[in-house]
Design a protein around this ligand. Sequence first.
Ligand SMILES: Nc1ncnc2c1ncn2[C@@H]1O[C@H](COP(=O)(O)OP(=O)(O)O)[C@@H](O)[C@H]1O
Ligand SMILES: [Mg+2]
Length: 250
Amino acid sequence: MSKLLELRHVNRAFGGVHAVRDVSLTLNQGEIIGLIGPNGAGKTTLVNAITGVHPPQSGEILHNGARIDGLKPFQVAGKGIARTFQVVQPFPAMTVLENVMAGSLFAAHKSSMKAASEAAMAQLEFTGLAPLANRPASELTLAHRKRLELAKSLAMEPKLLLLDEVNAGLNTAEVDQALELIRAIAAKGITVLIIEHLLKVVLTLCQRVVVLHHGELIADDTPANIFKDQRVITAYLGARFADRYKAQHG
Ligand SMILES: Nc1ncnc2c1ncn2[C@@H]1O[C@H](COP(=O)(O)OP(=O)(O)O)[C@@H](O)[C@H]1O
Ligand SMILES: [Mg+2]
């Protein structure tokens, strides 16, 4: 497996809050990696560190072996690293199509409006939003706004896609549809890092799961092993409940 992205001893603090602490992690080409951890664990901060939104204060991030920490977000996007936002933020007055065109014009360097529009339309077809192409983004339901986030980032023609809670707030049927879509994205050969609360999604989608707790990477393993890991159970349930869980489950 070839290394796509490598984090070496990455740190990021905000004032006194050490949000990401000495995290080292490798993402390999073609993987779907789950990133989990309790609220406030530093998951979004890690994505912000990778994408140059909140660059690391120390440590290194390498993409195909070359340093990218210190690059601006648009430069990181230009390397083929796209992300979705936990709080979806479409341009509300623009149509669904125009929102996606912004991605294809900006990062995929389409040379004309026609080329950008065609590329954007292809992503709307892929994500099932084509019938809504000419509606203002502000009219979309949450599930459709989440899809729009995906379409926008896909229009940047990424090699690596960082998904920050794309399924939060969706109902069961919507989550199943989103799962199918994420599988289809991975089948295109795009490496996916998915921040996810729903264990069902992690268990069915990911070959590998990494766990953050208080900014530290405490586990990196297969889904089956992750949920047997005492530190992971303790991080999620607290020490008292973890002891009880262990007594019951061995
Ligand atoms: N821009 C910011 N300014 C100040 N504190 C922040 C900022 N972003 C994140 N934090 C803090 O860093 C910690 C990790 O947050 P975050 O990365 O959002 O966690 P998660 O995504 O795992 O829920 C939290 O304590 C949060 O309050
Ligand atoms: Mg978050």
